[in-house]
Design a protein around this ligand. Structure first.
Ligand code: NAD
Length: 489
């Protein structure tokens, strides 16, 4: 059975004919395949087999066998697992450029972003959890309040179904894989069908790292297979990142099954630009906070809250930022804004721009039409005079579209920031650090950044309200993959 992709002799199309299950490349149950396209050109760039329910059963069974093996992964000393995670990190490092290229060509993420995120975060987060799991005791003896002692014993949960979206496919997979594996669980990963070629490369890294058979299994199909996994009797926990609508469905099913679930969902975060903010020296950080990955970023601060006293200046700043951004092929290192992931997603973003215009917001720059002949491009678009109650200020657009909303005083900025269904990220921009913390503490979200935004491996990451349940990263993220077993001595 072939594992490596075979290049077409007349083009660079990658063909995979096998699935990575139980530590080996296996023929799938069906001969159907997914065509993967380039977001920048619209051309087919690869074929990956469709995974069926039969393949999912095989993957879950392999993960179960690996978990239940009396001398296997779950029973290993954390140091031994840490060594395996370090080896996987090394194998990922060896594939950095190729990983960045594959992600960028599929989902439109500018190469300058994918090389720093998709090609780097997975190894970083693996090394973080390898070290943390070695340091964190799995047993703690606690003196009892009613006499005696309790032994609090942390055990892995079992088989984890990790369901991930296309926007940061590798980073978000490793937010789940790294703590789940470090804690001793085994995993079935189901990516989005838009981004499958990067998972084929990941499978090659897993095989090369000598991760035991069945510990990591990868399924390549869409929503039907995701729903099948959520209800699969062999799955012990669901870890999902994706849209709020799908998160609600999964939460409903998990509720019926009483199956643990972590949900990382959508967002509509606010950038609170306070009246003393230094825009010019923070231009790059402001771009990253709101327009990273072409706006296809869950935590993006897409509602820009501007003080009335500096409103015109803020609008002008964002106009210049958008117009100065290089829009182009995602693989070009000079590109700041690449295409949307698919034609249907491009159409959805464009329809939001049309809705903003129809609802009376002022179009400052950009608009619904792109002059590019190929690919799923949307111009970076800035709206001013936006009402926070309007559709473009309340719904997640997931593209390079920002809404500038006026406010008077910090209290009103905080009120507007919190007037949202979502509660994922956010940013505060000010030169006064005490004021920044005072304001940040009142914004009802899972995370918030001051004069920048970047999740850190050591701090819990996640959302409140319609942005999700549970946390990833930090020791808290590890705890989500452990059962607490109290033994009253
Ligand atoms: P999506 O919800 O459509 O799909 C996500 C994953 O779920 C895919 O693998 C998909 O195949 C699968 N899926 C779809 N329907 C399913 C179902 N009924 N049961 C089980 N699995 C199902 O999301 P998307 O369009 O791929 O990603 C974009 C969304 O993800 C945005 O809303 C974004 O904000 C969110 N997101 C959140 C975070 C976070 O950390 N909070 C990070 C990235 C993206």
């Amino acid at each position: 059975m072939t594992n490596a992709a075979q290049a077409d002799s007349t083009s660079d199309i990658l063909f995979y004919d096998s699935l990575f299950i139980d530590g080996e490349w296996r023929k799938p149950a069906s001969s159907d395949s997914h065509s993967v396209t380039s977001a920048s050109t619209g051309q087919v760039i690869g074929h990956v087999p469709v995974s069926t329910y039969t393949d999912a059963d095989a993957a879950v069974a392999a993960a179960r066998r690996a978990f239940a093996d009396p001398t296997g992964w779950a029973t290993w000393h954390p140091t031994e697992r840490a060594r395996a995670l370090q080896r996987l990190a090394d194998q990922l490092d060896a594939r950095k450029e190729e990983m960045a290229r594959r992600v960028s060509s599929q989902n439109g993420m500018p190469y300058s972003t994918s090389i720093n995120f998709e090609a780097a975060v997975p190894a970083g987060v693996l090394r973080y959890y390898a070290t943390l799991a070695e340091q964190m005791p799995t047993e703690e003896r606690r003196p009892g309040v009613l006499g005696g002692t309790s032994l609090v014993h942390r055990t892995p949960l079992g088989v984890i179904a990790a369901i991930v979206p296309w926007n940061y496919p590798q980073t978000l997979t490793f937010f789940k894989l790294a703590p789940a594996l470090a804690a001793g669980n085994t995993v079935v990963v189901k990516p989005s069908t838009e981004t499958l070629l990067d998972f084929a490369l990941l499978s090659e890294a897993v095989a090369a790292a000598g991760i035991p058979a069945g510990v990591i299994n990868i399924l390549t199909s869409g929503r039907g297979l995701g729903a099948y996994l959520v209800g699969h009797p062999g799955v012990d926990k669901i870890s999902f990142t994706g849209s709020t609508a799908v998160g609600r469905e999964i939460a409903g099913r998990a509720g019926q099954l009483l199956r643990p679930v972590t949900l990382e969902l959508g967002g509509k975060s606010a950038a609170l630009i306070l009246d003393d903010a230094d825009l010019e020296s923070n231009a790059e950080a402001l771009f990253i906070a709101s327009l990273l990955n072409n706006g296809q970023t869950c935590f993006a601060s897409t509602r820009i809250l501007a003080p009335r006293s500096r409103y015109a200046e803020v609008v002008e700043f964002y106009k210049t930022l958008a117009e100065g951004s290089v829009v182009g092929d995602a693989l070009d290192p000079a590109t700041h804004i690449g295409p949307m992931v698919s034609s249907s997603h491009r159409d959805k973003v464009v329809s939001y721009i049309e809705r903003g215009i129809a609802d009376g917001a002022t179009l400052v720059t950009g608009g619904p039409r792109s002059d590019r002949e190929h690919g799923w491009f949307v111009q970076p678009t800035i709206f001013a005079d936006v009402d926070n109650a309007s559709v473009i200020a309340q719904e997640e657009i997931f593209g390079p579209v920002l809404s500038i909303i006026a406010y008077e005083g910090d209290d009103e900025a905080i009120r507007i920031a919190n007037d949202s269904e979502f509660g994922l990220g956010g940013t505060v921009w000010t030169t006064d650090s005490e004021r920044a913390e005072r304001v940040a503490k009142q914004v009802q979200t899972g995370t918030i950044g001051i004069n920048h935004y970047l999740p850190d491996f050591a701090a819990p990451y996640g959302g409140v309200k319609a942005s999700g349940m549970g946390r990833e990263l930090g020791p808290e993220g590890l705890a989500h993959y452990q059962n607490l077993h109290s033994i009253y001595l």
